[in-house]
Design a binder for this molecule. Structure first.
Ligand code: APR
Ligand code: PHB
Length: 392
C-alpha cells in the first residue's frame, strides 16, 4: 500500500488528523491496535475546550456534539467546607466548555472516516515503523491474518503514551521531562442524574474529589487515591462514603447515588518528549506528552497538535515548503508547556500531598482563597480552563 501519511493510532489525535487531512485532499491510512468497539467504549475524559468544539463544528463532525453536548459556563471549587463558583463565560468574554465523552468524539470521527470510504485498520498486530530517518518511511503490521506494509511520505505517531512510535526514535534524539505524582484517581461512572449542574472540584483533607457527568442520566466521579491503589480496596460502599465526606459543605449538599457501571484507576503523570518529531515521523497527543487529568486537557492538547500538523502537511503537499513541518515541534511545544503548567498547577492546589507539611497545606489554601477572591486570578484560571488559543 502507498499513501501520503501513515497514521498510527485511532484515538482523538489520529482520527482528527485523518479527518483534517482528508478535508485538504491528503490521503492517509489509519492503523489501530484495538478493536473499533474497544476504542469507542473506553471511558476517558469528557471536557471539550471551546476551540475543540469550534474545530469539530467547522469541519462537519459537530452535529451530535451540538445536540448532545452539555455546555457549561462555570465550574465550582470547594474547600474549607464552602463552595465558590468560577464564572468561566463572564471571565473570558463568552467562552464555555462542553461535556461530551472522548469516546463520543471517537465515534463521530470514526463514522466520518468510514463514510468517506477512507482506510482504517482496527485490530492491527505487531505494528512497527521504519525508514523515517530517510526518504521512504513505512509502517508494517498484521491485520486479519495478512501482513501489510504501508509506504508513505510521513508517519504520524498518534499511538498514545504506550505506543510504538516514540520508542522507535533512537535513544539520544529525545529529551524527556517527567514528573510522576504520588497519588492516583479512582474514577467511576454511575447510572444516576448528576447532583449539580456544573463540575465540582473539591479540595479536602482526605484528598481531592471531582463531580462530573456524561449526560443528564450519567454521573462521572473521581477520588484521589493511593498510586498503588487496587480496585479491590474500593467496594462501592466505601467509594460513596468517601465521596460524601469529601464533598461536604456547610449548609449541606447531597450526592445522588446510583449503580456503578464502570470503575478504574488512573495514574497521574506530567510528561513531555522533545522534540515532537524525528525525520519524517511526527508525534502528536499522548505519544508526545501526558498531563495529569485535573484540568481535563489531554484530549484538547492532542487536537491542538494535529491541527498544527495538518496545516503543516497541507502546506508541504501543496507547495513543497517544509518550513511549517520543520517548525511543528517548536510551534506545539509553546502551547504544550503552558498547558503542562496549568495542569500541574490545578493538580498541586487541589490534592492532598503526602507527607504534606503545614506550610504547603496553608499555601494551598491561600492559592484557593486567592483564585476565588481575586478577579485577576480567577480570570487566569478561566482562560486556561476554557482553552488557550489553538496556536499560542
Ligand atoms: N499500534 C497501533 N495503535 C496503537 C498502538 C500500536 N502499537 N499502541 C497504541 N495504539 C492506539 C491505542 O489503542 C489508542 O486507540 O493508539 C491510540 C492512542 O489514543 P489515545 O491514547 O487516546 O491518545 P491520543 O489520541 O493522543 O489522545 C489524547 O487525551 O484525554 C486524554 O489520555 C487521554 O486518550 C486521551 C488523550
Ligand atoms: C471527566 O468528566 O472525565 C473529567 C472532567 C474534568 C476533569 C477531568 C475529567 O478535570
Amino acid at each position: 500500500m502507498r499513501t501520503q501519511v501513515g497514521i498510527v493510532g485511532a484515538g482523538p489525535a489520529g482520527l482528527m488528523l485523518a479527518h483534517l487531512l482528508h478535508r485538504s485532499g491528503i490521503e492517509s491510512v489509519v492503523i489501530e491496535a484495538r478493536s473499533r468497539r474497544y476504542v469507542q467504549e473506553r471511558v476517558r475524559a469528557g471536557v471539550l475546550e471551546q476551540g475543540t468544539v469550534d474545530l469539530m463544528t467547522a469541519t462537519g463532525v459537530g452535529e451530535r456534539l451540538k445536540r448532545e453536548g452539555l455546555v457549561h459556563r462555570g465550574i465550582e471549587l470547594r474547600f474549607a467546607r464552602r463552595s465558590h463558583r468560577i464564572d468561566l463565560s463572564e471571565l473570558t468574554g463568552g467562552a464555555a466548555i462542553t461535556i461530551y465523552g472522548q469516546n463520543e468524539v471517537i465515534k463521530d470521527l470514526t463514522d466520518a472516516r468510514i463514510a468517506a470510504g477512507a482506510p482504517i485498520y482496527f485490530e492491527s498486530e505487531g505494528v512497527t515503523v521504519h525508514g523515517f530517518d530517510g526518504a521512504e518511511p513505512a509502517i508494517r503490521f498484521t491485520s486479519g491474518g495478512a501482513k501489510h506494509e504501508v509506504r508513505c511520505d510521513f508517519i504520524a505517531g498518534c499511538d498514545g503514551f504506550h505506543g510504538v512510535c516514540r520508542p522507535s526514535i533512537p535513544a539520544g534524539a529525545l529529551t524527556i521531562y517527567e514528573r510522576v505524582y504520588p497519588f492516583a484517581w479512582l474514577g467511576i461512572l454511575a447510572a444516576v442524574a448528576p447532583s449539580s449542574d456544573e463540575l465540582i472540584y473539591s479540595r479536602h483533607e482526605r484528598g481531592f474529589a471531582l463531580h462530573s457527568m456524561r449526560s443528564p442520566e450519567l454521573t462521572r466521579l473521581y477520588l484521589q487515591c493511593a498510586p498503588d491503589g487496587k480496585l479491590d480496596d474500593w467496594p462501592d460502599e466505601r467509594i460513596w462514603g468517601e465521596l460524601d465526606r469529601r464533598f461536604e459543605i456547610d449548609g449541606g449538599w447531597t450526592l445522588r447515588r446510583g449503580p456503578i457501571t464502570q470503575k478504574g484507576i488512573t495514574e497521574m503523570r506530567s510528561f513531555v518528549a522533545e522534540p515532537m518529531q524525528c525525520g519524517r515521523m511526527f508525534l502528536a497527543g499522548d505519544a508526545a506528552h501526558i498531563v495529569p487529568p485535573t484540568g481535563a486537557k489531554g484530549l484538547n492538547l492532542a487536537i491542538a497538535d494535529v491541527r498544527v500538523l495538518a496545516r503543516a502537511l497541507a502546506e508541504f503537499f501543496s507547495s513543497g515548503d517544509r518550513v511549517m513541518l520543520d517548525g511543528y515541534s517548536q510551534t506545539c511545544l509553546r502551547r504544550v508547556w503552558k498547558v503542562q503548567r496549568f495542569s500541574w498547577w490545578m493538580t498541586s492546589i487541589l490534592h492532598r500531598l503526602d507527607g504534606e507539611n503545614a506550610f504547603d497545606a496553608r499555601r494551598q489554601m491561600a492559592e484557593l482563597d486567592y483564585v476565588t477572591g481575586s478577579r485577576a486570578a480567577a480570570q487566569s484560571l478561566a482562560e486556561n480552563y476554557v482553552g488557550l488559543p489553538m496556536e499560542s
